[in-house]
Design a protein around this ligand. Sequence first.
Ligand code: KG4
Ligand code: ZN
Length: 354
Amino acid sequence: MTGPLILAIESSCDETGIALVEGGRRIHANVVASQVALHAPTGGIVPEVAARAHLRWILPVLDEALADAGATVADVDAVAVTHGPGLAGSLLVGINTAKTIAWVHGKPLVAVNHLEGHVYAAWLLDPAQDEVSEPLFPLVALVVSGGHTFLVEMHDHLEYRLLGQTVDDAAGEAFDKVGRLLGLGYPGGPEIQRAASGAVNHDAAFPRAWLGDSFDFSFSGLKTAARRIVDAERAEAGIAGDPEAHLPEPRVAELAWGFQDSVTDVLVAKTIRAARATGARSIVLGGGVAANAVLRDRLLAEATGLGVPVIIPRPGLCTDNGAMIGAAAARRLAAGERAGLDLDARPSLPLASQ
Ligand code: KG4
Ligand code: ZN
C-alpha cells in the first residue's frame, strides 16, 4: 500500500493516543496511554486531572509510537490531530503538541473530528493484517461512545448525513451510570458485559425506547427504570442506606444482562432499519460501546439476513486511539485540507447537520 504516512494525535478525552498510519489504512504504530486507573477512584473523568495526564504522557507516547514504527518525525508526510469534540483542556494538549511538531518540522497540519475518527476506524488494517476491501458507499455508520450516540449515512468520504442521535444520554454514558448503580467497577461498559455473561436467568425485562419511526435514541428512561428496580430490591434486602453493600452477584448479573439486552436490541434494530431505508451497501460500527461483544454479534447476525457486510474494528480500535484519527486525516489531506497554526480546540464540534 502506498500513500502518505500520517502522525496522528488523539487526546480528546481520557486516552492519550498517537499513531502512524499509512495511506489512511495501514497501522505502523498505535500507542494508547489509558487513564482508566487514574479516573477509577472518582468513578468518572475529572477534566483537569485528564488534561494533566495528557501533558504527562504525550511525549513518552510519541517516542514509543515512533520507535514502534521505526520512523522519525522527518519521515512523516503530515501531522493530524483531533480538534473536537471533547474536553477543552485535553484537546489543547494534543493540539499544541501537533502544532509544535508541524511547525518545527515544516509538515502540513490536518484537523480531524473525533467522531469521524470513530467512523474511519473501519478502514484500518493492523500491521500484519491481510488487505481487505474498504467499506462500500453508501454506508450507514452507528457510533456509540461515552459521549455520543448517532447514526449517519455516507455517500462518499467526509460526507455525513445525520439520520438520528441520542436525545439524552449517550449509550456509553448509560452503561457507565448503570454500572455504578449495580456497584460494578469503572468504566461500566466492560464491567456490565462481564457481569451479564454470568447471568443464569435471561428474563430481566427493561424498557426499550423506540421513539416511533425515528432514528433517534433515548437511554434516560432505561437508566431510571434500572434505578427504580435496584432501589426497590435494595430496600427489600435491607441495604438501602449502605452504599458499600450491593445486591447479590447473581441478581447483579441478571440486571446487567437485562440492561445490555435492551440497549443492544434498540441499537441493532435501528441500524438495520436505517441500512434498509437508505439502501446501504455496508454497515460500520464504531465508538467505545462497539467493543461490546453482544452488540457486535447481534449486529453481525441481523445484517446477515439483509445481505449487507458489517465492518466492526477490533475492540482496541473501537475505543479512543490515534490510528482512527490518522485514517480520517488521510481523506482530509487528500481533499487538500490544511489547518493553520492558529488551530484551536472546539469542544462542541458537531459531525454533521440534518
Ligand atoms: O469511544 P470511547 O473510548 O470514548 C469516548 O469517545 O467517549 O468510549 C468509551 C465508552 C465508555 O462509556 C465505556 O463504558 C464504553 O465505551 N465501553 C463499553 C465497552 N467497552 C467500552 N460499553 C459496553 N461494552 C463494552 N465492552
Ligand atoms: Zn471516542
